[in-house]
Write a protein that binds this ligand. Structure first.
Ligand SMILES: C[S@@+](CC[C@H](N)C(=O)[O-])C[C@H]1O[C@@H](n2cnc3c(N)ncnc32)[C@H](O)[C@@H]1O
Length: 251
């Protein structure tokens, strides 16, 4: 657990109990991703932020506590009652609202958000050509969009196949894991946003590996699934796997 507290790299995330976060775990450490992503955003107190694909809610707690935001936590698989209990217990229930929402049928008013943030979720719904224009409807002019999503260092199309060690764990889903440059082009070509940053996170695979190993220790029952991720990451050693951190402003 001590290895998960890393104030040099993630000062804000290091203020959170790793055991609390592991109990909400659905993939790589979402606070490390969000803290890094937020370096390319300008998040301020009172902003209304949509956390899209918020899962069990750790990132929404972080957005409320660290940036003083009013957060709508929208997710499809996790019951809003479960997420709301997390927010209430974390003392941010008055600033974070959990909503069951499918990303293509969002129940929000036009231009209602100052920012939309999505951590390790956009790959499930956000790669279609029409998705960015749809999502921007809910963002006010000059509003910000920030996405952290699994990425490859080269496009699958360019590689000719999904690398076998990745295919063994996630199958065809890896075709949604694009390069940072893919995201930049995909968004910029619409002329609906100005892309302010599109980069691969440094040494993501090591962060992810550290986290997956901690998850295996914290939840011994999850052994096989966690071991598969550990094997994928150790075989890859950063050759193909990363996370893309992409930010933009609505023009
Ligand atoms: C890997 S989890 C990550 C959750 C959370 N952001 C985190 O990092 O802990 C992916 C999340 O995306 C959400 N998701 C997937 N497809 C979705 C869709 N079509 N609409 C809304 N949410 C979706 C799931 O409900 C799930 O909670």
């Amino acid at each position: 657990m001590d290895d998960l507290v890393r104030p040099d790299r993630y000062p804000r995330s290091s203020r959170y109990d790793p055991a609390w976060l592991l109990d909400l775990d659905m993939g790589p450490n979402p606070l490390w991703l969000l803290e890094d992503l937020a370096r390319d955003l300008d998040l301020r107190p009172g902003m209304r932020i949509l956390d899209l694909g918020s899962g069990k809610g750790a990132t929404s707690v972080f957005l409320a506590r660290e940036y003083g935001a009013q957060v709508v936590a929208a997710d499809w698989w996790i019951a809003p009652e479960e997420a709301q209990a997390v927010f209430d217990e974390a003392g941010v229930g008055d600033r974070v609202t959990a909503v069951r929402a499918e990303a293509h049928a969002l129940p929000f008013e036009d231009e209602g958000f100052d920012a939309v943030v999505s951590v390790d979720a956009f790959e499930y719904f956000g790669t279609a050509d029409g998705y960015l224009p749809y999502l921007l409807r809910f963002l006010r002019p000059d509003g910000q969009l920030g996405v952290a999503t699994p990425a490859l260092t080269r496009e699958v199309r360019e590689l000719g196949a999904i690398p076998p060690h990745i295919k063994a764990v996630v199958g065809w889903e890896a075709i949604a894991w694009h390069t940072a440059e893919w995201w930049r082009f995909q968004w910029e070509i619409t002329e609906l946003v100005e892309v302010t940053s599109a980069r691969l996170q440094d040494d993501t695979w090591q962060d992810w590996l550290l986290w997956a190993r901690a998850g295996a220790e914290h939840r011994p029952g999850s052994g096989e699934a966690n071991q598969a991720v550990v094997d994928m990451l150790t075989t890859d050693a950063g050759k193909h796997l990363s996370f893309a951190l992409v930010t933009a402003r609505k023009t």
